[in-house]
Ligand binder design. Sequence first.
Ligand code: ZN
Length: 334
Amino acid sequence: MKLPQGKIKVVSLFLFLILAVNFMAAQELRQHVDNPGQTADTAPTGHVPGVPPATIEPAKPGPIGETVVTGNGINYHNGPVMRGNPVNAYIVWYGNWSSTGSNTAATKSLIEHFLGTIGGSNIEKVNTTYGDTIGNVSGNVRFGGSTINTSTANLSDSGVQSVVANALNAGALPRDSNGVYFVLTSSGVSETSGFCTQYCGWHTHATLGGVDIKYSFVGNPDRCPSGCEIQTTGPNSPATGIGGADGMANVMSHELEEAISDPDLNAWFDSSGQENADKCNFNFGATSTCTSTSICSAAGKAAAAKFNQTFGNNDWMLQQNWRNSGGGACAQHL
Ligand SMILES: [Zn+2]
């Protein structure tokens, strides 16, 4: 399916076959999602409108040292990466985040803390294996600020862009080419192009006010836990079955890594059109279990929730990212 406007439809919601083989119960749960793309995370379209991706892309030599390396299962297409040290991450909280469940101030605080501490973490350092002809991704990220939009109207793809544009035009957030802007919707809001049925989040870019703005949609996955959460009670859950914040953190890490390594959709993706995090979609690698001595919340401990990263004095359950070195692999750390 051709996707509009060069957007990458980030199909973050579907377990890979390998997970399905290993966790049949989880796969069965996810089959309840009416999801035409369930077996595929292979949408190669959207990177360059009208130009089909090459089926075989010849290896390119790295022009400067190992800034642009090849031979690791993902290919460079000459576009820039975000080399900011740090990259700034911004949030528009859209919908009703003063409600119940995971639509709360506690989620907002946790997610802002997440963006404020993921820089330099094990998972973010995996992204430093990507670069362009000028330099590499730093692996550092800074939380640059947030604003709120209390509309609860459903959003289209263009509506998400308008939410970002409105925040910039109002001066609520700086207009920053070194920024990634997340539009995070509360669970009552639908993104009508396919949140919960086609994807859990996506990222793209647009020229807004003369500046190349990178932005991402991530919905609260408590709208569809069976499709967009690996577990319904996570390491930071405030109560049993309230996994939205942990689920969002996972999808946000996916989108953040892709937005930084492929900000204009013309840098790093493989011959199937998969960007780095797509290649490890919902692949978590080795995990630990929340126990009485873990940082995890009380609910996370009670549910024996799984986690695989620890930073910012929190445990997190974040999918792996594709490591562009050593032949390439899904990795939790370098
Ligand atoms: Zn993706």
